[in-house]
Design a protein around this ligand. Structure first.
Ligand code: 5AD
Ligand code: SF4
Length: 438
């Protein structure tokens, strides 16, 4: 029975795609291993969003060259396979095949070509999902991994923000039929999922027949047994009041919204082709805050975009300092060849990009810590992720706001196995909360 080593880089979309590839391979009789040396087929599902992500993939490819057996096969899947299609063979001759995110229907044929029999039944061992991060074997313990499930609702993106490679690697927008999404969610619930995350580059552009994203949320909210529902990512231009109303109306939806702002300056937003002004963004946020007080608003910010002046940067910094967000992912601009921003002038020097990134991160960290402090003395419910990686004497989980929380492991075996913990919060840090079982 051929064994597969599968390692995933990048976003949740890639994790969902890896799960799909793993399922296809498992259905053909393949098993999985965390040890590259013993695998017959090695797969890297890759990311190209920033240069750093790309470099991590190439460095892993270098390591695998030494580790892989001469008779095993190496497949590079994902966004970098698409982006570097023409140059990968030269940069990494050890790679045997490339499959971009739009090519996964060819995966089984590729396995067959590599000698995997097409008539084997699935193995007796259950499907073991590959690790969800780039550290195989260190993912959430199996008894907890199935509690969370990723369900794609769209593929591709056609917004063409001027910095972003994704429309080139993942292609145009496609919405998945609502019946298929419902069927998958029902399957995941039967397998024990407590939280479903709907995935798309821009879930707000979901459109299938007469069903838009707000309609989809309302429809999915009626699925029996669906306890927690959340989604990633929203483009501010397409987030309507109707969607915000649906968030308020569907009880399973978790109290958090990820709404990437990217910049606080209108000139930069324009150069990014983000299709909104900061005033329009803040109008949407005001409606969201009014309808959903106490929810967490999280965002993405790019520092040092080409043409960004000191005044533009100050506008972003002040947006953060005004406590607009509970959490932010802050990135330094990374030029992606083929995108318009890569050749825009003037480019901001790398040290300056990093200086701005550090200032914005520090300001956001202060806001995040203050947000966390509001939970001290409160009782929160957390979906368990498993024993804490840093301290196995503690359990770790995520609150509805998506805040990491850790607490001492209970001696009581039944309580220790429960997927949900009710916790009294005793301490707040920037990274999360510390509590005890309520
Ligand atoms: N450089 C830096 N950050 C980027 N992102 C996307 N493309 C780039 C780039 N070229 C960030 C955006 C996006 C998040 C997923 O990654 O903030 O929202
Ligand atoms: Fe995901 Fe974008 Fe990275 Fe592709 S480039 S893996 S879509 S984050």
């Amino acid at each position: 029975m051929p064994s597969i080593y599968l390692q995933t880089f990048g976003c949740q979309m890639n994790v969902a795609d890896s799960n799909g590839l793993a399922h296809q391979a498992w259905s053909m009789g393949c098993t999985f291993t965390d040890i590259p040396e013993s695998a017959d087929i090695l797969i890297l599902n890759t990311c190209a969003i920033r240069e750093k992500a790309e470099m991590r993939v190439y460095s892993r490819l270098g390591q695998l060259k030494a580790l892989k057996r001469p008779d095993s096969k190496l497949l590079v899947a994902g966004c970098l396979a698409e982006k570097d299609r023409a140059i990968m063979r030269r940069k990494a001759p050890q790679v045997d095949a490339l499959l971009g995110p739009r090519d996964y229907q060819q995966f089984k044929a590729l396995l067959a070509e590599w000698g995997v029999p097409t008539d084997l039944p699935p193995p007796q061992t259950p499907l073991r999902m590959p690790s969800s991060e780039d550290a195989p074997g260190e993912d959430a313990p199996l008894e907890y991994a199935h509690l969370r499930s990723l369900v794609s609702i769209t593929r591709g993106c056609e917004k063409f923000c001027t910095y972003c490679i994704v429309p080139y690697t993942r292609g145009p927008l496609e919405s998945i039929p609502p019946e298929d999404i419902e069927a998958q969610i029902r399957r995941e619930i039967r397998c024990g999922a407590k939280e479903i995350t709907l995935l798309g580059q821009n879930v707000n552009s979901y459109n299938f027949g007469a069903v838009d994203f707000a309609g989809l949320l309302r429809r999915l909210g009626r699925i029996e047994g669906l306890e927690r529902l959340t989604f990633l990512t929203s483009h501010p231009h397409d987030l309507t009041r109707d969607v915000v109303d649906a968030l308020a109306d569907v009880p399973a939806i978790q109290p958090r919204l990820h709404l990437p702002v990217q910049s606080g300056s209108n000139d930069v937003l324009k150069a990014m082709a983000r299709l909104y002004t900061i005033e329009a963004y803040l109008d949407k946020v005001a409606y969201f805050r009014e309808r959903l007080p106490g929810w967490a608003l999280t965002t993405d910010i790019i520092c040092g975009f080409p043409t960004e002046t000191e005044a533009d940067f100050q506008a972003t910094l002040s947006l953060v300092e005004r406590a607009t967000f509970e959490y932010a992912f802050v990135f330094a601009f990374s030029p992606r060849s083929g995108t318009p921003a890569a050749t825009m002038t003037p480019q901001v020097p790398q040290e300056e990009r990093l200086r701005r990134l550090q200032a914005v991160s520090a300001a956001q960290n202060e806001q995040t810590r203050r947000f966390h402090e509001r939970f001290i003395g409160e009782t929160v419910s957390a979906l368990v992720s498993g024993p804490s990686k840093k301290d196995p004497a503690r359990m770790a989980g995520k609150t509805g706001h998506n805040i990491t929380v850790v607490w001492p492991r209970s001696a009581d075996a039944a309580a220790a196995r429960s997927p949900v913990a009710n916790l009294v919060i005793e301490q707040a840090q920037t990274w999360g909360l510390v509590g005890r079982v309520a």
